[in-house]
Design a protein around this ligand. Structure first.
Ligand code: DGJ
Length: 746
């Protein structure tokens, strides 16, 4: 819902956006400036404070309006601040008039409109409407600086079904002179002072160490989360969470911002002199600039804004609904994902068709549903030094081609999936030899390589057209049900001939979106999984095209469990591929129990990353049983709501709870990451259940536990206890819960 509140003179006083439990209110101050009035829980009716907005100039302020020296911009909570205007905090926009760069500033309100549907957004993805949203409306508010002629059009889109508000900005040169944008953020928000302060939840890390989450109290100054790698990055998705210090998994007030973007980004949080907090971000300004000629417009990526008064679970449940229903291609939102076996850790580059068919046969025997042929099937690729770009099968490995292998795999009752890395070329490839000028480069400098490969310049239409036709031909050449779209190096020396340096990297991302948009539309039946050397590109931009991701090459359960938890703050289990791999782990070398590897993988889209022929004796039966159990419960796991509940004592154990939409079924997964001696029964609390329902709990791992009945109320508040029998480390258990008419008999 979007509404304008008008004053006695018919002019706007405020705009009210409502989305599920959240509301966002923008006020117009002095008829000129857009002021952030409220972002939080719904509070209607109640905008009585509008008349009292003030920003006293005294202190150390500078008046912008010499006819009214009663206020200073430094105290106003602004919607899209600029520099040199008396607001000394970080700006959302840095723009200047060419030549010379005299700043564009003094923006004032000009007009607004409330428009049905969604605008086209310069080739960038925007969320789409879902059933629960009802008819969509968006709000545009325009500010303009008359000296430069620059107009800022702010876009606001509330999505009632998921409680999310989407923002973005369009910058238009309506003047007669060229303008330069050095910073063009997607949004800026000023949260009010909070006496107890505010916590930031953010992650960092690298390849195979993705998304290590940390929570810290914000102090003086400005904190920046960012990626300069050309992709959103292993350390963090372009996302941040702010939490009141008392907020926890199922209690308290939290806010989140997530950019719908897959390239260089920044999100910053700044504590102001008043004690408020400015949250803002968008394209990374160090790697972006854009000249706007008269009549031209520039669109910023969208940002997703979510708020919850019910802790992190309230926030992530809303974001999961949003990711599934408003972002991923609609056809995949309600689709359960198949259990796959991926050939990478089973065979790496070293295989022939016979090996692959035997691995696929083993996968079918274990109950998997899809066999994925990973890297190494094309050109002369026997290691990572050659052939990217030559998307023709290697006849020495696949004498009957991809089509022959795909048919054999289908004959085993499995779907067939294929790995590709379309954005790259190896220097050692026919493709690169034919098009040496199609890679990202800087004039007069050596090409930079990462994993021995070069990045194709997707910003150029001729490069995209050739890739589109080659990849479309490949996908049509065999019965392909799934594609793993990989991307294995960061950007460096990444320019594009004839393209201003500040534009090349953003133009690449736009080109990637266009290519992905066309190929996914041409092959709607193929399930695309996004991957970037593990999890270097997990974001709502890519999710618009690829409905699931590979989170990390690290499948060691002790590492993987917290990574999954961090990802689950923003993305649903249905979007996060999680594989059971061999032990010792290929990345960390750690020996871990089968139960821990399998239970942790059950919290996402379960798959196998191993050679079934090499499973230790006795393990095949256990894996077969696990796959059958997972398939029985995957509707609850992939399509329900999920929680990261803590034991009442916060004992360091990993837990994951999934509850079906009707609250009648649930799955609870548990792991104790470290070994411990002399430990009593464990206890786990299960929020998210219906308080009035009775649930029968049992575990395939604990025959002696039997089936016990508890009320949802007791499970939510006190939890339940279970004893963990001795066994290989880490200990891990799965439980299933089903609503029942029976009550606990005494
Ligand atoms: C990186 C991916 O994360 C792996 O799963 C695998 O597909 C390799 N690339 C193949 O080169």
């Amino acid at each position: 819902m979007v509404r304008t509140l008008t004053g006695k003179d018919g002019g706007p006083l405020a705009w009210i956006l409502e989305a599920g439990p959240a509301s966002y209110v923008i006020a117009l101050f002095k008829g000129r400036y857009l002021v952030q009035y409220h972002w939080g829980s719904r509070m209607e009716p109640g905008l009585d404070g509008l008349a009292a907005i003030s920003a006293p100039l005294e202190g150390f302020g500078a008046a912008q309006d010499l006819t009214d020296k009663s206020y200073g911009m430094h105290r106003l909570p602004q919607e899209y601040p600029w520099p040199q205007g008396g607001d000394f905090r970080s700006p959302a926009l840095c723009a200047g008039i060419l030549p010379g760069g005299q700043p564009a500033m003094d923006f004032a309100y000009r007009r607004h409109s409330i428009v049905p549907g969604l605008p086209e957004w310069g080739g960038l993805p925007l969320p789409h409407g879902a059933k629960d949203d009802g008819p969509l409306l968006h709000l545009e508010i325009e500010l303009k600086d008359d000296v430069s002629g620059l107009a800022i059009v702010l876009l606001y889109l509330p999505l009632p079904g998921s409680g999310v508000i989407v923002r973005a900005a369009r910058l238009e040169n309506r003047g007669k002179r060229d303008l330069k944008l050095d910073r063009a953020y997607s949004f800026s928000i000023d949260l009010p002072p909070m006496a107890a302060g505010l916590d930031l939840l953010a992650s960092d890390g690298g390849w195979a160490r993705e998304r290590v989450l940390e929570r810290r109290r914000l102090g003086p100054g400005r904190v920046e989360l960012e990626s300069r790698k050309g992709v959103s990055g292993h350390g963090s998705s372009p996302c941040a969470i702010l939490a009141r210090p008392d907020a926890s998994e199922d209690h308290g007030e939290v806010w989140a911002a997530a950019l719908m973007y897959s390239g260089d980004w920044v999100l910053s949080i700044e504590r102001s002199e008043e004690g408020g907090f400015r949250l803002q971000g968008g394209l990374h300004p160090e790697l972006f600039s854009r000249t706007l000629l008269p009549g031209q417009a520039f669109h910023t990526p969208a940002v997703i804004l979510a708020h919850s008064g019910d802790g992190l679970a309230g926030l992530s449940c809303g974001l999961h609904r949003f990711a599934r229903h408003n972002v991923m291609p609609a056809a995949w939102a309600e689709k359960e994902r198949p259990v796959l076996l991926n050939s990478w850790e089973a065979a790496y580059f070293d295989y022939n068709e016979g090996d692959l068919v035997e691995i696929a046969r083993g996968a079918a025997d274990l109950g998997a549903e899809l066999f994925v042929l990973d890297d190494g099937w094309f050109g002369k690729r026997n290691d990572d030094r050659t052939s990217l770009g030559d998307w023709e099968h290697n006849p020495a490995k696949l004498p009957q081609g991809l089509a022959g292998l795909a048919d054999k795999v289908h004959a085993l009752g499995l779907q067939f999936g294929l790995w590709i890395e379309p954005e790259m070329a190896s220097r050692e490839s026919d493709f690169y030899r034919a098009h040496p000028d199609w890679v990202l480069s800087l004039d007069g400098r050596e090409l930079s390589e990462g994993r021995n490969q070069l990045i194709l310049d997707l910003g150029r239409p001729e490069v995209r057209a050739e890739l589109e036709s080659r990849i479309a031909g490949l996908l049509a050449s065999a019965r392909i049900d799934y594609v793993k779209w990989d991307m294995n190096r960061p950007f460096s020396r990444a320019g594009s001939p004839g393209c201003p340096q500040g534009e090349a990297r953003h133009r690449y991302v736009l080109g990637l979106y266009e290519l992905a948009r066309k190929l996914t539309a041409a092959f709607p039946g193929i399930l695309f999984e996004g991957c970037a050397a593990g999890g270097a590109r997990l974001d709502y931009g890519v999710l618009s095209f690829f409905p699931q991701f590979w989170l990390s090459d690290n499948t060691d359960p002790v590492w993987r469990a917290p990574m999954q938890d961090t990802a689950s703050l923003f993305f649903p289990p249905q979007a996060i591929a999680a594989h059971l791999s061999a032990s010792p782990n290929h990345q960390t070398g750690r020996v871990t129990s089968l139960a821990s590897r399998s239970r942790v993988a059950m919290a996402g889209v379960y798959g196998l990353e191993l050679d079934p022929r090499r499973l230790p004796p006795g393990e095949a039966a256990a894996v077969r049983a696990d796959i059958a159990w997972y398939i029985r419960h995957r509707g609850t796991i992939q399509l329900g709501d999920s929680w990261r509940p803590l034991a009442p004592e916060d004992d360091g154990n990993w837990t994951h709870l999934c509850v079906s939409k009707d609250r009648r079924e649930a799955v609870f997964l548990w792991m104790r990451p470290g070994a411990i001696a002399n430990v009593g029964p464990e206890r786990a609390r299960l929020p998210g259940l219906s308080p009035d329902a009775h649930y029968a709990i049992s575990s395939p791992d604990l025959p002696l536990f039997g089936s016990r009945v508890f009320t949802g109320a007791e499970l939510r508040v006190r939890g339940f206890e279970f004893e963990v029998p001795p066994g290989p480390d880490p200990r891990a258990l799965a439980f299933e819960l089903s609503a029942t008419d029976a009550e606990q008999g005494w």
